[in-house]
Design a protein around this ligand. Structure first.
Ligand code: UDP
Length: 339
């Protein structure tokens, strides 16, 4: 695909992973239109070189208008409710909103003759039986309504391919982390629930401490192990996956194959930041499996993708740099005052 300028629609392109994928597409010379309702995303996360359309996927008329304003080389779909814990409290909101918006978008893509679709999916749809690295064939048994809603969209994509020829990549992320190496984008959730930004905030004194959710797991140090993948590596995988859709659809895990415990993340932040993190051992968080590590051999073999960031400290370094430079995330006090 290199050298050819293409045009992509990115739903949720103002969010954490979406905005980094937008940067990667622009960096490769493509044209990008972002469709985002800014309920969780940030206007300032959309680079000036991309066009932002503020709109809601529930507005079928608007979605049809945008897709009708082609040609499009593909649609990348990130816009979704994405908090596992929240989905346990509001299952029907997640099931209805994520699945309906996703499936309607797929239908609209078929109606407008779009050939390629990339879905931001999740490792949360795997059953968590053992601590072997998770393969694409590992048993599917979503851990939450959030995971289930992504599975419903994956299934719709299967039929969109079989019945209508829409080729898709279903990308199942493990733990997205880090920030753009040039400092152009970073992670800013409200509320923040993810481990790395929370530990950094505790190190910077913006939070009193980090609560470690459980120290009695069957792991070497008793804390949960996750596969932290740098968001720029995720972005690169999306672009490679688009190129893999010649006449077929694909499903890929996206992780590094390396796991780090909660305590290892804390030690890493202490090394990068050069200061101690106040830690409190708390009880387990409902629904947390002990170990989640990806086997990503399939995307590596089929697209040549390889994670550039294979050392946790290098991931944490980029996250630290962005968070230190953006104490208020995308909403600087200046911007809030002007709004
Ligand atoms: N975690 C923690 N304290 C926190 C937030 C997270 O101990 O304040 C743990 C959590 O239990 C999990 C790991 O950190 O084992 C990663 O959690 P995160 O919410 O970042 O991602 P998840 O694995 O849930 O997608």
């Amino acid at each position: 695909m290199s050298g050819v300028k293409r045009r992509y629609l990115v739903t949720g392109g103002a969010g954490f992973v979406g905005s980094h994928v937008v940067l990667a597409l622009l960096d490769r010379g493509h044209e990008v239109v972002v469709f985002d309702n800014l309920s969780q995303g940030h206007r300032a996360a959309v680079p000036e070189a991309a066009r932002l359309i503020e709109g809601d996927l529930a507005d079928a008329h608007r979605v049809g208008e945008v897709l009708g304003d082609g040609p499009w080389d593909g649609v990348l779909h990130f816009a979704a409710l994405s908090l596992v814990g929240e989905s346990m409290k509001q299952p029907f909101r997640y099931l209805l909103e994520n699945a309906t918006n996703g499936i309607r978008l797929i239908e609209a893509c078929v109606q407008h003759g779009i050939g390629r679709f990339v879905l931001s999916s999740t490792a949360n749809l795997y059953g968590t039986a053992g601590d072997e690295p998770i393969r694409e064939e590992t048993v599917i048994d979503p851990g939450s309504p959030y995971g289930e809603s992504k599975l419903m969209i994956e299934k719709a994509l299967r039929w969109a391919d079989a019945c209508c020829g829409l080729r898709s990549a279903r990308l199942r992320y493990f733990n997205a982390a880090g920030a753009d190496a040039l400092g152009r984008a970073g992670e800013d959730h409200d509320p923040e629930t993810h481990l790395i930004p929370l530990v950094i905030d505790a190190a910077l004194g913006r939070r009193p401490e980090i609560a470690v959710f459980g120290s009695d797991y069957p792991t070497p140090d008793g804390t949960c192990i996750r596969d932290y993948i740098h968001v720029a590596d995720l972005a690169d995988a999306h672009i490679r996956a688009l190129g893999a859709l010649d006449g077929r659809s694909v499903t890929y895990n996206l992780g590094t194959g390396r796991g780090n415990s909660v305590l290892e993340v804390i030690r890493s932040v202490e090394r990068i930041g050069g200061r101690k993190v106040p830690v409190r051992i708390a009880s387990r968080r409902a629904g947390d499996p002990a170990v989640l590590v990806a086997a990503s051999d399939l995307i590596q073999a089929e697209t040549g993708w390889n994670p550039h960031y294979t050392v946790l400290d290098d991931i944490v370094r980029t996250a630290w740099a962005w968070r230190e430079a953006h104490p208020h995330g995308y909403g600087t006090p200046l911007e809030s005052a002007a709004a």
